[in-house]
Ligand binder design. Structure first.
Ligand code: HEM
Ligand SMILES: *[C@@H]1O[C@H](CO)[C@@H](O)[C@H](O)[C@H]1NC(C)=O
Length: 324
């Protein structure tokens, strides 16, 4: 009898421990029991929004980057100014981010199906995954189970997200510090295969004289899009990143930067830094390889330092921490 007990008890503890651990790490289909249709609902909404406003598919990707690279994939990005919280959305690095209001629509659809169950941080991750697929990017297996932060890191956003003109050394050391290796960094910048850049982030490469790393014909095009500072007719002028396939997440980005058509200094630097340029050439030559690396990199990005188990909370409204 004593023998039998001394065997069963440790086994029980082991089983319980395994259960506990499994519940407090990210996993595929985390909501399979608590909200079986969660991922389907997100995909439905993302698809519906894409059909109405295709740019939403682009925003989800940038949102994931700006949420995860700042401390943790914890939806801290989505908090509004309220109750002593200063929103990350107002920081310099969040310039021209768009589509935040669409999170409200998705969260509402999920709250209707299963209240207080699906975190905003997981919505950030799943929408990015589905947005990538709609843009013709790779299919990505995205784990879930993130919790939402109760704080914002507005004061640190500008130091934690690289600037458009930072050196590649700065960019790489920042990305390496969160587990993104050089190949993953090169792949993630491929997100700039879609979307736009506003003239404020371009004009310093055109005036007073053209940056010699810019393709001269492309510089002429950009001068036409972006008049000298102070001479703009309207303040919202911008250029699309990729004039050939502007709505497709493909390796045209790498062909473009090899051709001197990168809009940001960081884009162009990928081709000149000896650590990154071999990967640029490989990605320019092989779209499947780019997609494979992009999927791997986005998964790493989406799993930076998540809040798990009873850390954080599941926000009722993605814009505000819960009040109870
Ligand atoms: C060194 C890293 C990066 C820097 C310095 C950077 C900087 C920028 C800047 C300055 C813009 C243009 C804003 C504007 O003028 O409208 C932009 C746009 C964008 N970025 Fe990045 N970015 C970086 C990495 C990433 C990553 C890793 C992703 C996603 C995986 C990403 C996704 C996007 C997207 C999708 C846009 C277009 C947004 C739109 O059209 O609404 N970026 N980025
Ligand atoms: C980078 O751009 C910012 C504006 O976004 C500017 O204030 C800063 O001086 C630039 N840095 C360098 C090294 O050119």
């Amino acid at each position: 009898m004593a023998n039998k007990n001394s065997f069963v008890l440790p086994l029980l503890i082991l089983l319980l421990l395994q259960f506990y651990c499994a519940k407090s790490e990210l996993q595929l289909n985390y909501y399979s029991e608590s909200c079986p249709r969660a991922e389907e609902i997100v995909k439905e909404q993302v698809t519906k929004l894409y059909d109405k406003h295709y740019t939403t598919a682009i925003s989800w990707m940038r949102n994931l980057f700006h949420d995860c690279i700042v401390k943790s994939c914890d939806a801290s990005l989505l908090l509004d100014n309220a109750n002593g919280i200063e929103s990350e959305k107002n920081s310099d690095r969040s310039f021209a981010m768009r589509g935040f209001r669409y999170f409200d629509i998705i969260k509402e659809a999920l709250e209707n199906e299963c209240p207080n169950t699906v975190s905003c941080a997981d919505i950030v991750a799943l929408t990015a995954r589905d947005g990538v697929a709609l843009l013709g990017g790779p299919k990505i297996e995205m784990k879930t189970g993130r919790k939402d932060s109760k704080v914002s890191y507005a004061a640190e956003v500008d130091t934690l997200i690289p600037n458009h003109n930072d050196s590649m050394a700065t960019v790489l050391s920042r990305f390496h510090s969160v587990g993104l290796d050089t190949e993953a960094t090169v792949a993630l910048l491929g997100a700039h295969s879609v979307g736009r850049v506003h003239c404020v982030n371009i004009v310093h490469r055109l005036y007073p004289k053209v940056d010699p790393t810019l393709n001269p014909a492309h510089a002429e095009y950009l001068k036409h899009r972006c008049p000298p500072p102070g001479k703009e007719k309207k303040p919202v002028e911008y250029s699309r990143n990729d004039l050939t396939t502007p709505l497709v997440l493909d390796n045209m980005y790498y062909k473009n930067i090899l051709d001197g058509k990168g809009l940001l200094i960081v884009d162009q630097e990928l081709t000149t830094d000896p650590r990154t340029s071999p990967f640029v050439k490989k990605m320019a030559a092989d779209n499947d390889y780019f997609h494979h690396q992009f999927a791997r990199a986005l998964r790493i990005l989406s799993e930076i330092n998540p809040l798990l188990g009873d850390q954080g909370e599941i926000r009722k409204d993605c814009r505000f921490v819960n009040t109870h």
